[in-house]
Design a binder for this molecule. Structure first.
Ligand code: 13P
Ligand code: 13P
Ligand code: MG
Ligand code: MG
Length: 369
């Protein structure tokens, strides 16, 4: 049995502003998914939201980059946008950057994470969804899970895990990618992925036990500003991570979120702030349109069926992380428009900043060297 898990997401309109997906939008998306399941196109699905992002979690047998599956997602987002327009939701259709579907949803605005793999006798699956941040936000937790022995005990004590993993890293500006091995190359891997605006972990592959051409983690890497040429909303990313039996345990996959690390993308896509791991109930962005949130749903896969979910951060053990995140949010906010709360210049190129410079350019006088 080789199921494909496809997580495809888009912001088709928020309520209010960029806070949350409207329940009616979710209902509409479910109708499309149910129809596709009844027709046999999907094995199973789960529809939810993280903040203002509508998340379609789908399983099927069509493989990655399937035209039928991408078309289903696109039509669902299109129809949900029509509904959002009728309800006058905010920025209806925000992430749908192209008009006509032409075979693949890549490059059209929605974020995509997909993988096809041989289903094991027990197949634990975690779906991560973030709002108000960017694909590189997954670099730190994914690295820790698959390469940091202080995070993942299995790297040290489980012989089926300790041969390490291969990281597929994308340069999302130059459209290049490189595969690097952990643990041998971890310093070089970190040299790249620490610059998370540009170098983004796209996939992780196993080195032992499991088929080496089947990914064990995949992250959406779409950058909306690179597609649209201007700031149009953020590239709020999603990730799929498999766990256990030759892979990090579930607890090792979510352990990195016990630290509210800083990510970019808060308020107008232009600020750094702490990630906050939240339950489905709190997957909504309020304070200063944030702070950035991460939601995680856990499933067992059974012949492609999604058994679950468990709302992984709906647990008091994460309360102290949320308190720390709120404290860091206070601290960062006190900087107002100053870096490093506001993003550095090179990351502001798609905002109004170039227009401000344009307006005053004639008033700059040359100074002495
Ligand atoms: P099981 O023995 O139930 O697979 O649990 C392994 C484990 O210790 C995970 O942390
Ligand atoms: P979204 O990308 O989630 O729509 O957020 C837009 C924004 O920057 C709100 O401040
Ligand atoms: Mg939005
Ligand atoms: Mg969003």
């Amino acid at each position: 049995m080789k199921p494909t898990v496809s997580v495809i997401k888009a912001d088709v309109g928020g309520c209010p502003g960029h806070v949350k997906v409207h329940p009616k939008t979710i209902e509409r998306a479910k109708e499309h998914m149910e129809e596709a399941k009844n027709s046999g196109l999907l094995i199973d699905y789960y529809v939810t939201n993280c903040g203002d992002d509508l998340e379609l979690i789908m399983t099927h047998k069509k493989g990655v980059d399937s035209e039928e599956i991408h078309n289903l997602a696109w039509n669902t987002f299109k129809d949900c946008t029509e509904l959002a327009k009728k309800m006058k939701l905010y920025a209806a259709g925000q992430d749908l950057l192209k008009d006509a579907f032409s075979g693949n949803i890549r490059g059209m605005g929605p974020g995509i994470a997909e993988m096809e793999f041989t289903e094991r006798p027990g197949e634990p699956l975690l779906i991560f969804m973030m709002d108000k941040t960017e694909p590189g936000a997954f670099n730190l937790p994914i690295f820790k899970t698959f390469a940091d022995p202080f995070n993942t005990a299995g790297l040290v004590i489980d012989p089926s895990v300790n041969s390490g993993f291969i990281f597929e890293i994308w340069d999302i500006k130059e459209h290049k990618m490189v595969k690097m091995s952990a643990p041998e190359e971890i310093y070089d891997i970190l040299a790249l992925i620490g610059a998370k605006e540009r170098y983004v972990i796209k996939r992780v592959y196993p080195r032992a036990k499991l088929p080496e051409d089947e990914p064990v983690a995949v992250i959406s890497t779409e950058k909306l500003s690179f597609i649209a040429g201007k700031y149009v909303g953020k590239d709020d990313p999603v990730a799929i991570v498999r766990a256990q039996s030759g892979l990090p345990a579930i607890g090792e996959v979510i352990e990195p979120y016990s630290f509210p690390f800083l990510v970019s993308g808060w308020m107008r896509g232009s600020h750094n702030g702490p990630i906050m791991p939240v339950s489905q109930r709190y997957a909504q962005c309020t304070r200063f349109d944030g702070p950035p949130r991460v939601l995680c749903l856990g499933f067992q896969l059974a012949e492609g069926k999604l058994v679950g979910p468990v709302d992984m951060f709906d647990d008091p053990v994460y309360d102290n992380v949320r308190v720390e995140s709120a404290k860091v949010a206070d601290y960062m906010r006190k900087h107002g428009p100053f870096e490093p709360h506001r993003l550095p210049l090179e990351d502001m190129e798609y905002t109004t900043l170039p227009k401000v410079l344009e307006k005053i350019k004639g008033r700059f006088k040359t100074t002495k060297k």
